[in-house]
Design a protein around this ligand. Structure first.
Ligand code: HEM
Length: 411
């Protein structure tokens, strides 16, 4: 089944600029594709078809826990998240029954009543971000896109602003460490320890002075006699920040680029704001923030599509490949905010599906139309070919999206 020699490479610089051509090839020629992951040269399998990706995400023969189930090569690769800190035991890596228990306690905080409370801060923060963008000498949509989830997350978790800035700085160091640096592992662990310290301080503060914020709600969450332990609370606060900021930033950025590339869709969205909820789903499908899911590790020797998968093999769910599967979506490479079709997989599927989906949709559905309405003549400030995505195996991330806000070359 695999045709490794001819296959275009996954996770190299050409792939990061255009993963969709690689996915197109894989879906046709090697849908269950064995390859070696560049970090640590780890043997892995990549799934590219919608149906295969979807079933992997709810297949109980796979675990999310790399430290327990991963192959020796995977464990040695340094790809295991959070190291020995308690970030290494966050919800995303837990399997049932631990996952079921923690997720149920935390999900109690995401009620429709609470989600309705988030609209006011999101509106306010989007307006502030628009004002900052209007004043900028070199307006960059990614500054606008980054400010929104950072400020919204800090506010709804109940962080004091200066501590939250320190927390963001620690996260930046944990996730964007220089792999060439010989002290890399120690520095990443130190950054994770700092994240844990900020989380603990916030929990102490919220125990003393509870409010309407999410951290207070997590502290009070109960299921019968059960509640989140101190360590679970800290890792839940850290996870909200790690999972909710870069993702939403990148979705807003890719959505704006998608609309600049499809001016008819931009016009349609401005003329018919009632299309916004469907447009947000299409932004997620078209260029959602997660290229792939988190690693799934085979818990036993098994077979997928005729390919043997030894126990411990990490299997990669090609989320954006699934979302561009022509078996499911007509003209998958074009952005169509009126598109009908099966539910995309950009927010995951199954046990670990995105807990923050309502917040991500709310932020994107307010930020993108507000930007178009405020700057209807906005266009790219550089030639299209100068817009590049970051070399990032997990996130589809634009470092910069420079724009001419008034479409005049000046103000
Ligand atoms: C555009 C924005 C977002 C995208 C594209 C996104 C995508 C995803 C995906 C694909 C997963 C599943 C990963 C897997 O199973 O391999 C996931 C899980 C998760 N997301 Fe999001 N996410 C976004 C925003 C957020 C926000 C704003 C929050 C929190 C406020 C959040 C919290 C989480 C959590 C806690 C999980 C883990 C759930 C579990 O393991 O049970 N996400 N997200």
């Amino acid at each position: 089944m695999t045709t490794a020699q001819e296959a275009p490479a996954l996770f190299d610089s050409a792939y990061y600029q255009d993963p969709y051509s690689v996915y197109d090839w894989l879906r046709v020629n090697s849908p269950v594709h064995s390859f070696r992951f560049p970090v640590g040269d780890v043997p892995m399998v990549f799934l590219s078809r919608y149906e295969d990706v979807k079933s992997l995400m709810s297949d109980q023969r796979f675990s999310n826990d790399g430290a327990l189930w991963g192959s020796e090569e995977f464990k040695k690769s340094g790809m295991i998240f959070g190291g020995d800190t308690l970030i290494g035991r966050i919800l995303t890596v837990l399997d049932p029954p631990d996952h079921t228990r923690v997720r149920k306690l935390a999900m109690g905080a995401f009620t429709p009543r609470r989600a309705a409370l988030w609209k006011e801060p999101v509106d306010r923060i989007v307006n502030e971000a628009l004002d900052e963008l209007a004043k900028s000498e070199n307006p960059d949509v990614m500054d606008f896109a980054g400010k929104i989830p950072a400020d919204v997350t800090g506010e709804i978790l109940g962080f004091p602003l200066d501590r939250f800035r320190d927390m963001l700085h620690a996260i930046e160091r944990a996730f964007h460490a220089d792999p060439e640096n010989p002290n890399n592992a120690a520095e990443v662990d130190a950054a994770f320890e700092e994240i844990v310290t900020y989380g603990r301080e916030l929990i102490v503060e919220k125990r003393k002075n509870p409010g309407e914020d999410l951290t207070s709600v997590f502290i009070q969450a109960r299921d019968g006699e059960d509640r989140l332990t101190e360590d679970e609370l800290v890792s839940m606060v850290a996870l909200m920040i790690m999972a909710g900021i870069d993702t939403t930033r990148n979705l807003i950025g890719s959505a704006v680029l998608g609309l600049l590339d499809h001016p008819d869709q931009q016009r349609l969205l401005v003329e018919k704001p009632e299309l916004t909820p469907g447009a947000v789903e299409e932004f997620l499908r078209y260029d959602g923030a997660f290229c792939v899911g988190l690693f799934r590790l085979a818990k036993e020797d098994l077979e997928l599509g005729g390919v043997a998968i030894p126990a411990g093999t990490p299997v990669v769910a090609g989320l954006q490949s699934a979302n561009h599967d022509p078996e499911q979506y007509l003209n998958p490479r074009s952005l169509d905010i009126t598109r009908q079709g099966p539910r995309h997989l950009a927010l995951g599927h199954g046990l670990h599906n995105c807990m923050g989906a309502a917040l991500a949709r709310l932020e994107t559905g307010i930020a993108v139309p507000a930007l178009l309405n405020r700057f209807p003549k906005m266009r790219l400030a550089v030639p299209r070919e100068e817009i590049h995505f970051e070399d990032n195996w997990l996130l589809r991330s634009l470092p910069h999206l420079p724009v001419d806000l008034y479409g005049t070359g000046g103000r």
